[in-house]
Design a protein around this ligand. Structure first.
Ligand code: B12
Ligand code: SF4
Length: 471
């Protein structure tokens, strides 16, 4: 049996909760009989220093060290990998490794797992054990006697119910890495997954790991996980981290009915595409414990909405916001600025929408200047024209301030005001438009603050965490 150490590299943008990807991977490895240790060095209070990290890894004497790679934080990750590569065999996985697998192989990694990692990492552990040949592992990229090989893609996981329960790996996360919970309980994931994939085709979205094929767990399996979360970890408020929670009307009804039947109340938030939300679905969600919905809209200009493939209209979003308000559901509307070739008028349409939506919405996402992630249609169509090919390695990293952790004014001002992607100006907007975008960000912050004041006055605090703006 192999010994596998999972390492989430330090990032300038600390994450306050155990990395859900590692819960899944560690649970799968353990279920297959392998020994696992991990370090979430992106957690605010975990060791960040390279020597301390290397010492922890060495103390476990692993056969394999796995690093999680996200595009924004790949430079510090490669710096760490360069120091570990001499002593350990490294495997990379995660969104960035999936999109550009050659890159980690050129930065000291021996293996790269593309796509969902539960089965592939277990199979790689068998390679380390000498029980399997690497050529048999779908989705693996690797160095074979100096040559880079990319095995065929791995099909998406379809039977999600058969995965080892991610909560079974929570004991591997040291509570001291995270801010203490007010009730004194240990770390628990901020979220769980009821589905993977999203059928929409937004040109800017980088969901390459979970992809466009929608797959889902049975209502019973999700309800059992939620019950375990509460019984064993004392957590009854959480978020669904699904790409697009509300896909499939019958599925959503079954799931929400199962959650409503649980012995105690649960409170959750989710992200959904407005096309999947209507009054009936939202009412079912509310009965199942939903307290808030993060709505992807991105622009309020019809032309931009068409260009980015969002598949939504302004009127639909306003309808959804109205239904949510009637049901007492908190809403966060995601809006982004600085699309390629976005005109002043298009930008102004989105800024004007802030005021239009304010009486209905619960708030807007923090910052929100468009970033062209590799693998997206947005990147493919524009990188040569605007000269940002390979920006994540060529230029200093974009350093974001952490997401807001509470809905109060100080946090909103801190987190909304500055967006490093505006200073980078990927799409070469003229100086006057850069200033217009800056003003739009400030407007978003002040409208959100006004809404927050109104909400606090009405004492209807939302559940879950504020919108991550992760897409
Ligand atoms: C939840 C979430 C968050 C949460 C995470 C909370 C937590 N404690 O886990 C929060 C809000 C903190 C977050 C923050 C950010 N996020 Co986010 N997030 C997501 C979301 C919606 C789900 C992630 C998830 O759990 N997926 C489910 C698991 C099963 O999939 P997975 O994480 O990809 O892991 C699988 C594989 O990648 C692989 N794998 C992963 N790691 C490893 C390691 C090894 C060794 C191996 C072998 C395999 C492997 O196996 C895993 C199991 O199948 C995704 C969207 C998505 N479709 O994934 C975006 C997403 C990952 N986020 C994204 C971004 C951009 C961010 C931010 C950078 C946002 C920002 N600053 O603007 C920050 C980064 C913060 C940080 N320091 O890391 C992008 C990443 C794009 C990219 N190319 O890097 C995504 C894909 C969204 C999108 N559609 O564009 N995020
Ligand atoms: S942005 Fe949201 S709706 Fe669009 S493809 Fe990505 S996950 Fe789906």
């Amino acid at each position: 049996m192999a010994r596998v150490f999972l390492l989430n590299p330090p990032s300038p943008e600390p994450v306050q909760t155990p990395l859900l990807s590692f819960c899944h991977l560690a649970a799968a490895l353990r279920a297959a009989g392998h020994e696992v240790a991990l370090l979430d060095a992106s957690a605010p209070r975990a060791p960040h220093d390279h020597d301390a990290i290397a010492a922890r890894v060495a103390a476990f004497a692993p056969d394999l060290v796995g690093l999680h790679l996200k595009t924004l934080h790949v430079q510090p990750a490669y710096a760490l990998a360069a120091e570990l590569a001499g002593a350990f065999t490294l495997v990379a996985g995660g969104p960035h490794a999936t999109i550009v697998p050659d890159e980690p192989l050129a930065h000291g990694f021996t293996w790269v797992v593309r796509g969902e990692g539960e089965d592939a990492l277990v199979e790689l552990a068998e390679v380390v054990d000498g029980r399997r040949a690497p050529a048999t592992i779908a989705g693996l990229s690797w160095r074979d006697r100096g040559l880079v090989r990319h095995n065929p893609d791995r099909p998406f996981l379809t039977e999600l119910d058969r995965l080892a329960p991610p909560l079974s790996a929570l004991d591997l996360f040291d509570p001291a890495w995270y801010p203490p919970r007010s009730d004194g309980g240990g770390p628990a994931p901020a979220g769980l997954l009821s589905s993977r994939g999203c059928p929409a085709a937004c040109t800017f979205c980088s969901n390459d790991v979970t992809g466009r094929r929608f797959r889902y767990r049975s209502a019973a399996s999700v309800a059992a996980e939620v019950e375990l979360l509460r019984e064993r970890h004392g957590v009854s408020a959480f978020s669904f981290f699904d790409d697009s929670f509300a896909v499939g009307r019958r599925r959503v009804h079954e799931l929400c009915d199962a959650l409503a039947r649980l012995p105690g109340p649960v409170h959750w938030t989710c992200t959904a595409h407005p096309a999947h939300l209507d009054r009936d679905v939202l009412a079912a969600m509310q009965r199942g414990g939903c307290g808030g919905v993060d709505i992807g809209m991105e622009s309020a200009d019809p032309g931009v909405l068409l260009r980015i493939g969002k598949g939504v209209t302004v009127e639909r979003v306003l309808d959804v916001l109205g239904w949510c308000q009637d049901l007492g559901l908190h809403t966060v509307v995601n809006l982004m600025f600085g699309w390629p070739d976005e005109t002043d008028d298009e930008l102004d349409a989105t800024t004007a929408f802030l005021e239009r939506a304010a009486p209905l919405a619960g708030g807007f996402n923090a910052r929100g200047v468009v970033v062209p992630y590799p693998g997206t249609q947005l990147y493919r169509e524009h990188h040569a024209r605007f000269g940002f090919t390979g920006w994540w390695l060529r230029e200093p990293p974009l350093v974001y301030t952490p997401f807001p952790t509470r809905w109060d004014e100080a946090e909103i001002v801190r987190a909304y005001g500055h967006d490093p992607a505006l200073d980078r100006n990927f799409f070469q907007h003229p100086p006057h438009r850069v200033e217009r975008i800056r003003a739009a960000l400030a407007r978003k912050a002040s409208v959100t603050m006004a809404i927050t004041r109104r909400r606090l006055a009405a004492a209807s605090a939302p559940v879950g965490v504020p919108a991550a703006g992760a897409r």
